[in-house]
Design a protein around this ligand. Sequence first.
Ligand code: CA
Length: 249
Amino acid sequence: MTTAGDTLPVQRRPRPAAKPLVLVVEDEAALTTLLSYNLEREGYRVTAVRDGEEALLVADEERPDLVLLDWMLPQVSGIEVCRRLRSRPESRNLPIIMLTARGEEADRIRGLDLGADDYITKPFSMTELLARIRAVMRRIRPALADDNVRFGDITVDRAAHRVRRGERDVHLGPTEFRLLDHLLQYPGRVFSREQLLDAVWGSDVYVEARTVDVHIGRLRKALNGEGEADPIRTVRSAGYALDETFDAR
Ligand code: CA
């Protein structure tokens, strides 16, 4: 029996893992077409935009998994887009690969200084670009590639739905397991309650945002034994993230 105030989800199935979304920011239409075609063939979803302002808007709205960012763009330059993305908490860890026609070492270093994860100089081969993207994705989202994930002293066997902390078995409900699994795919990235609802519960059913707080609370209670550090960071007025410093312990 459920009461009127009961907003906890009872029968919700996990969503199938979504294809990673790549945001392509490039003003040359022919190159955009070529990139989109090849990325989609590799199993990515693609959103393409032509200028920097639009890139910043779309990055905010669609939360891509990776950005391919052309250096030379009309109005707001690629380097400025990179800087602005890095200055926002929600995109601080968003992987960015810069596309540049400039070969000068100083410019490359400037790009990497401003937070690009990698750069590739035009003209480039599609094979090389796709390899770079795979490498960045593996580095940023190692959990995607592996059934066994380790984060600090927490280990997750995704196939068996088994979680351990140190030598101790951690018993999680299905929702807490999916929450942890989702956060593990993006260490350090801050998710709003709405984003977590969408990723873990699915966007088709209405659930109150505070439900996320309830399940985060349960996850913490199950994970954190007496005197153990909390791997989950509460980011005031933003949401939750896995604490990257926890993994470095
Ligand atoms: Ca350009």
